[in-house]
Design a protein around this ligand. Structure first.
Ligand code: HAM
Length: 576
């Protein structure tokens, strides 16, 4: 028997993440299937992009100064198992060395060693390396070693060219230069070779594979990256894409705000010739959202929209905003003071109550739009009017991501819809310059992302608040009852019960099997909870090739032939 003590604190899901369990997952699936249905009626196709991407994608796409990129991303350096810079620092601080001469023809470096099998070996190598260095450097009493600033200069001078020539196999050169600088005067030449070999080996691997990666905090940048990478512009038509998947932001968790959350989003983009710049696209996306929310049964949603203009409009507006903020900045809260410095547009969507008077008096972006942006916005509004989609223009709506141009929008739900202070159900807008920002062709686009967690919370809260009138949350609709629960009478009947379940399931019915040890009362209770019918399988039934079926809705109990069973269960299993 194991004597291991049971850990006193069982592991839990990480803060800001959560498990979604049945029956709630049925609601998630239902929401997703309604969304898929609506998207297909509007001609959208699904795109699935990786959950992590190169960090640069978000830095360039979403913007370095945004909250998301500056403080909320989960970023790591892939391939680096220990901190190379820290190690180098450690050398410099602890081992004042003098650079030695290189280019020794007699140093038989072997670069053909196979890379390590995996991280474990690499870590082992790294620690071996560290201890080797500590041992050998401790023996050296050289008076100086270049400090950090000297180091780069030294590298620039290319003093290690000779060695580079001897050792250059292309990809390792930079690592080798570093190695050489840090190499000790060998106590014995073999050691030098040995140390050098190991150092080169480890650094070579780092240099080769180290890349900064980030868990996607949103999906628009990834979709545009994929659009560019797969040359979707060459298809010539409008790309109408949707996605459903998890996103990651290191925000302070609270109701409706998680560190892993789900988005249901769409992006419409393409070359200008495909009509991607047309205000009709904006209005169509908004009208589709209104349809989707209505079909899901979300009540009281409110569409707020604004135009943030072209990037030139925004530049002019930013200047005006900075000027207006300068004399009042000191009276703003600390957060807004910082925003006023780094990203003044963000001050506009601050909810800080004490700052509202100042913010309301700031210049409005509408006054800085050029004629084209104004006409574009008016055309979006006209198309919404024509469809009868209600909206409110909110001149302060600027959104927190840098890629937006022209139309921006959010849908909110009334207080008391389960979201606490997070009342934005979804957000989106146009991003006409994003593709170019990521090195792609001109590809104006517009899209949105619904916070699926928030949508679910809203549906649950609204159903709760409004019980009988909430058919969309009726539990039978989200978690349909099984067609049958099979109750074997006695353990001897278990194999036959499983065989019957197999037969019925293969015939397309949903079936649960009890256990022969259950008393009849327990079987009935379990069946009543989960299924429309209970199928009793006792000795008599098996002997006569029949089954006893009770239909809970009517209370009727009948004995039927096995050959008629599936038909009976099915005929009453389709809800009207
Ligand atoms: P976003 O406003 O950052 O926009 O996020 C969209 C929605 O995701 C929010 O309205 C909210 O419902 C949900 N959301 C955001 N953060 C969290 C969180 N920590 N926990 C729960 N839900 C959250 C975007 O992400 C853009 N990519 C939308 C877009 C698509 N714009 C153009 N195309």
């Amino acid at each position: 028997m194991s004597t291991q003590a049971k850990p006193s604190n069982p592991l839990k899901a990480v803060r800001g993440t959560r498990d979604l369990l049945p029956p709630e997952t049925a609601l998630w699936n239902r929401v997703e299937s309604v969304a898929r249905n609506v998207f297909s009626r509007y001609g959208f196709g699904e795109i699935r992009t990786p959950i992590f991407e190169d960090t640069q994608l978000f830095a360039r796409g979403v913007g370095e100064e945004t909250d998301i990129v500056s403080k909320e991303m989960y970023t790591w350096s892939d391939g680096e198992r220990f901190d190379k810079e820290a190690l180098l620092d450690w050398w410099v601080r602890n081992h004042p060395l003098k650079p030695i001469g290189y280019g020794r023809e007699d140093a038989p470096f072997d670069l053909s060693l196979d890379p390590p099998d995996g991280p474990r070996q690499l870590v082992a190598f790294a620690s071996h390396l560290t201890s080797q260095m500590m041992a050998s450097y401790a023996a050296i009493n050289a008076p100086t070693f270049p400090r950090r600033e000297d180091l780069d200069e030294y590298l620039d001078k290319g003093d290690s060219t000779d060695l580079g020539e001897v050792l250059d196999r292309g990809r390792y050169v930079k690592a080798i230069k570093r190695l050489v600088i840090a190499s000790p005067v060998p106590a014995k030449p073999e050691e030098w070779v040995d140390d050098g070999f190991v150092i080169e080996y480890v650094f070579g691997n780092f240099n080769k594979s180290s890349q900064s990666l980030t868990l996607r905090p949103e999906n628009t940048a990834g979709v545009v990256r994929a659009y560019i990478e797969h040359k979707l512009d060459a298809r010539g038509d409008l790309q109408k894409l949707f996605y459903i998947g998890p996103q990651f932001r290191r925000e302070r968790p609270q109701r409706g705000r998680y560190r892993q959350f789900w988005q249901i989003g769409v992006e419409v983009l393409g070359p200008v010739s495909s009509g991607s710049e047309s205000p009709l696209r904006d209005a169509e996306v908004l009208e589709m959202l209104a349809t989707l929310l209505d079909e899901l049964g979300v009540r009281g949603w409110r569409l707020e929209l604004n135009s943030v203009g072209s990037s030139d409009d925004r530049k002019r507006y930013n200047v005006a905003l900075c000027e207006a903020l300068a004399p009042v900045k000191d009276r703003l809260c600390e957060d807004n003071q910082r925003r006023a410095e780094t990203n003044p547009l963000r001050v506009l969507d601050s909810k800080e109550p004490n700052d509202q008077d100042i913010i309301n008096a700031l210049p409005k972006i509408a006054d800085f739009l050029d004629a084209d942006s104004t006409a574009h916005f008016q055309a979006v509004l006209a198309a919404l009017d024509a469809c009868g989609v209600p909206y409110t223009v909110n001149p302060r709506l600027v959104r927190g991501l840098d890629y937006y141009t022209r139309t921006t929008f959010e849908f909110t739900v009334p207080d008391g819809s389960g979201l606490g202070t997070q009342n934005a159900l979804l957000g989106g807008g146009r991003y006409d310059g994003l593709s170019e920002m990521l090195g792609g062709p001109k590809a104006p686009g517009i899209g949105f992302a619904i916070g699926e967690d928030r949508l679910i919370l809203t549906l649950q809260a609204q159903a709760e608040a409004n019980k009988p009138g909430a058919p969309h949350l009726d539990s039978e609709m989200w978690v349909p009852k099984l067609d049958a629960y099979i109750a074997p009478m006695g353990v001897e009947r278990n194999p036959a019960a499983l065989a019957l379940a197999r037969e019925l399931r293969r015939a397309g019915l949903s079936v649960e099997v009890g256990d022969g040890t259950f008393r009849l009362k327990k079987s009935f209770e379990a069946a009543d909870k989960s299924a429309r019918h209970i199928v009793i399988l006792g000795e008599d039934e098996l002997a006569s090739n029949t089954a006893t079926v009770k239909t809970f809705a009517t209370g009727e109990q009948v004995r039927v032939e096995r050959s008629e069973l599936a038909k009976l269960l099915r005929s009453e299993s389709t809800p009207d």
